[in-house]
Ligand binder design. Structure first.
Ligand code: UDP
Ligand code: MG
Length: 339
């Protein structure tokens, strides 16, 4: 037991020799992009003259991405770490896994599809050096489908800025740089990686935005369509709820409850007035009941969704669970000699 504890300790102390920069990249079915991506990363990061690592997370790819990544990790034992998830957990979970297995003081997240340009990383770091805690990429010349991707994204960005009070043009851009403290404090769920700047801002972080290059996807295809906008909107409701009510949900639940009880009292009053003054019972017209039934059920399902959100958080956080399961980790030798 003592030996085991020692080992754990040692593991932690090795992180004091941690690298300056970790580039964390979730990968799902990107077999034809990985080699070129690695070459571009090597070129861009070597030019920066810092100690870096690249953490690839294979998010249960169905193509040859895993073996490609294993090859890359073996060819670059000093700089590449390969985290292989047991199945497809989704981009956010994969990012979260990569962050947990990274050691850099600065974490840069980016996509594996070569739409983000590794050459921009230096610029992001430069901006962090100016004293910011989060530097967010803005794909101002975005190369994605107009109607199904860019229009909903534009609307979503406006809405998120408005509702959260954090003003960014492009939440959905993965290419962002974070100080370690920022990402370590945040638990990610659903599609919520785009809301890291919001959480960070709430924790007092300084946030900057820089324009970054965006390239069309050459190999593979996008994993998302219009349905993601819906998920993002649902996440936005959750975020708003968590930001405002996470420690006092009764203000919201109680408020809505009181409002509904008020409505039912007024309805009752009208029913009695109708009876006393005009001799008409409300039940003679079924529409109000139907409308109120839909109303109550609608409200209740939104509230139950929020309660469920809370339960999920309690489940994961009270038990120290993560939202992913790791199959194996191939570590770059610069981080640890223990595995
Ligand atoms: N991705 C992932 N798991 C998924 C879906 C996507 O790790 O379930 C990765 C994907 O390989 C890419 C990034 O997340 O590196 C962004 O995905 P995609 O390019 O499909 O999204 P888009 O750029 O079209 O928004
Ligand atoms: Mg993409």
């Amino acid at each position: 037991m003592a030996i085991r504890q020692n080992r754990v300790k040692q593991n932690f102390t090795t992180s004091s020799e941690s690298v300056d920069l970790s580039v964390v990249i979730p990968v799902y079915n990107e077999e034809d992009n990985l080699e070129q991506l690695q070459d571009e990363l090597d070129a861009a990061l070597n030019a920066l003259n810092i100690r870096y690592e690249i953490v690839f997370v294979n998010d249960g790819s169905r193509d040859n991405s895993a073996s490609k990544l294993l090859e890359i990790a073996n060819a670059h034992p000093n700089t590449v770490t390969f985290v292989d998830l047991r199945r497809n957990f989704g981009q956010t979970a994969a990012m979260s896994a990569g962050i947990d297995h990274s050691t850099g003081n600065i974490v840069v997240l980016m996509d594996a599809d070569r739409q983000n340009d590794p050459a921009d990383i230096g610029m992001l770091l430069g901006k962090l050096d100016e004293g910011y805690d989060v530097v967010s990429g803005w794909r101002y010349n975005r190369h994605d489908k107009f109607l199904t991707r860019r229009v909903p994204s534009m609307a979503a960005n406006r809405l998120i800025s408005w509702i959260t009070g954090v003003r960014l043009h492009d939440y959905g851009c993965s290419l962002k740089a974070y100080r370690r403290e920022v990402v370590d404090q945040i638990q990610l769920y659903g599609e919520m990686h785009r809301f890291i700047p919001v959480y960070a801002k709430v924790a007092g972080a300084q946030i900057a935005e820089v324009k970054v290059n965006h390239r069309p996807r050459v190999h593979g295809k996008s994993n998302y369509g219009l349905e993601r906008t819906f998920k993002v909107l649902m996440d936005l409701i959750t975020i708003r709820f968590l930001l405002r009510y996470h420690s006092k949900p009764m203000y919201l639940f109680g408020g809505v409850g009181a409002f509904l009880m008020g409505l039912s009292a007024i309805t009752l009053l009208i029913a009695f007035l109708n009876k006393w003054i005009r001799g008409v019972f409300l039940i003679q017209t079924p529409l109000p009941q139907i409308a109120s039934m839909f109303f109550v059920i609608g409200i209740q399902s939104i509230l139950m969704g929020l309660v469920a959100e809370l339960l999920v958080r309690t489940y994961y956080e009270s038990q120290g669970k993560t939202i992913y399961v790791v199959r194996r980790v191939v570590r770059s030798s610069s981080n640890s000699n223990n595995e």
